[in-house]
Design a protein around this ligand. Structure first.
Ligand SMILES: [Zn+2]
Length: 178
């Protein structure tokens, strides 16, 4: 088909942004479906812009420590996980971060805890991620479940930055000693 396409760019933009009426859309779709290369190219070129807006930069939250409890190691207990440290943080009076550290074998710990959104439902933090990094290099990552709990197993002793990402909010706790 060597017919010249008469559909202008503005119409393609209207189509992609859902501004065309039913009839206009149907006839344009028929035209594209008939194999108009120019319209197809424009849709591909514009499609990326229209359907994938730039992600907003994550909102960085300040994190304050509320509590840090170092548990005494019970003598002579072997084989059981030992709760060795519990820390609680708060991010801008909005998010409460409870981190418990259990040494499962010498030099290896499980990091578990809970993320709570203040004044929100338990499941509001569901799907958030908790990642450990060492000097910017990702080390381990855990996913927050539907009641706000997370668990990261097999973390070697070290100093880590913990990043909690909830939707577009990001809270970082620097220099946690494991
Ligand atoms: Zn066309």
């Amino acid at each position: 088909m060597a017919t010249v396409c008469e559909v202008d760019l503005a119409r393609i933009v209207e189509y992609l942004t859902g501004q065309l009426g039913e009839d206009e859309r149907t006839s344009l779709e028929a035209h594209i479906g008939a194999g108009c290369a120019q319209c197809a190219e424009r849709i591909i070129a514009l499609g990326g812009m229209v359907s994938e807006p730039e992600p907003e930069p994550a909102q960085q939250m300040l994190v304050q420590p509320l509590m840090d409890t170092q548990m005494p190691q019970p003598a002579g207990v072997r084989g059981a996980a030992v709760l060795s440290r519990r820390r609680v943080y708060e991010a801008e009076s909005k998010i409460c971060i409870d981190i418990q550290q259990n040494e499962t074998e010498p030099g290896i710990s499980t990091i578990e805890g809970q993320i709570l959104i203040k004044g929100g439902d338990l499941d509001e933090a569901a799907g958030a991620s908790v990642s450990l990094s060492d000097a910017g290099n990702p080390v381990a990552k855990g996913q927050v479940d539907e009641i706000g709990d997370f668990s990261i197993v097999g973390v070697p002793a070290g100093i880590y930055d913990v990043t909690i990402t909830i939707g577009s909010m990001e809270a970082m706790i620097k220099g946690i000693e494991v």
